[in-house]
Ligand binder design. Structure first.
Ligand SMILES: C[S@@+](CC[C@H](N)C(=O)[O-])C[C@H]1O[C@@H](n2cnc3c(N)ncnc32)[C@H](O)[C@@H]1O
Length: 250
């Protein structure tokens, strides 16, 4: 299958930086409460590695597994790891999808941020089940949901804009419904010098929508505890494996 991130890789890190500026401290404070121990932490769909960096700083010494299927995104991820002495000895990058590799045992935290919709509904449920089984008691899966939560058309909107040097980078998103729980996102990226567009790219990718209620029902049905954290606009959800003694897993 072709990789839509080939078209967006140039822009992704630039335009997702704002999300991480807001979400990074929230994710870090969730990670600060992890049970102690030697267990690894995992970033599924690690992209350019902003989540890996948060994991590295918030869970000192833990082995980090970064799973990223896109070669172009791994090309953005690797220098972030290689150039950071705090990461290069302990981050392992696997070139697969979230369900392509078995998760290690004794995992303390899994991030699945800005990527859950890449999984179809049954894949998402399979992932939740696998993550729950791999987590230590008290371990967490941190994920996020973004609107729309149903397959409806989304008019074109400016998602992010950032300036670097003399240039401005913009990302616009729109979507059309596709099937019972799908969207086809259309992302348009522009590089501007003043008013002149000097470069542009358009990519489309399928996305599976999921409402908060649906995610909570799936997760609690398996035995996770579910809570929201941070600014609701970030859509951050923490799915926790109950601590030992807190009751049986479903
Ligand atoms: C929007 S980016 C988010 C990257 C990163 N999690 C972040 O928040 O900065 C989504 C990432 O998910 C990856 N991805 C796509 N399908 C995936 C799958 N089946 N399993 C894991 N990751 C996947 C993409 O290659 C891309 O790097």
């Amino acid at each position: 299958m072709s990789d839509p991130y080939v078209g967006s890789a140039e822009y992704l890190d630039l335009l997702i930086a704002g999300f991480w500026e807001a979400a990074g401290p929230e994710v870090a404070s969730v990670l600060a409460e992890l049970p102690p121990g030697p267990g690894p932490v995992v970033d599924l769909g690690a992209g350019s590695g902003r989540g890996v960096r948060v994991l590295g700083e918030a869970v000192p010494g833990a082995p980090v597994l970064a799973v990223e299927p896109s070669a172009v995104m791994r090309a953005a991820l690797m220098p972030r790891i290689l150039d950071d002495p705090g990461l290069r000895d302990r981050v392992t990058v696997l070139p697969g999808g979230a369900l392509d590799e078995a998760l290690p045992e004794g995992v303390r935290a899994v991030l699945a941020l800005n990527m859950l919709g890449h999984l179809a509904g049954p894949e998402r449920r399979e992932l939740l089940e696998r993550v729950l089984r791999s987590l230590v008691p008290g371990g967490v899966l941190v994920t996020n949901l973004a609107p729309p939560f149903a397959p409806v058309a989304v008019p074109r909107v400016l998602m992010a804009r950032t300036e670097v040097g003399e240039l401005v980078y913009e990302g616009y998103a729109s979507a059309e419904p596709s099937g019972v729980d799908g969207l086809l996102w259309r992302m348009e990226y522009r590089t501007l010098r003043g008013d002149a567009e000097i470069s542009a790219a358009t990519v489309e990718y399928p996305w599976c929508v999921c409402s908060e209620e649906e995610l909570a029902a799936e997760a609690t049905g398996l035995g996770f505890g579910v809570r929201r954290v941070g600014d609701p606009a970030l859509g951050l959800h923490v799915l926790g494996r109950p601590s030992a003694g807190a009751g049986p897993l479903a």
